[in-house]
Design a protein around this ligand. Sequence first.
Ligand code: 5GP
Ligand code: ZN
Length: 114
Amino acid sequence: MPDCLFCKIASGEVPATRVLETERTLAFRDINPQAPIHVLIIPKRHYRDLADLTAADGGLLTELTGQAYQVALADGIAESGYRVVFNTGSDAGQSVEHAHAHVLGGRPMAWPPG
Ligand code: 5GP
Ligand code: ZN
């Protein structure tokens, strides 16, 4: 998708602080972190949202959430706890229409979210 920010991050056209990478996924630090650890995990291919990603075959969603756990391990929050969030659609505040999981941790978090 030519005008998609996260496609540009996946291709390297827009720089990002990369954390982990697989053939099909990329994890990089959020530019506006909401917690001491805030990493985004994207499929390198463009999927608009969770519904689109769910329809992808080959276990891509499983791989993406598995990478969320790998990020938590690598950043030292697997034991203390972390939150994995897919903001989906306008009520949830999805602002980039390239499916992504947020991994947040490093501080206690409130529930329910705002
Ligand atoms: P959403 O609001 O769609 O769930 O999440 C989009 C996230 O992308 C936000 O947390 C925002 O801070 C992050 N973001 C927006 N632009 C950039 C960017 O250019 N680089 C990085 N690393 N993160 C970005
Ligand atoms: Zn995209």
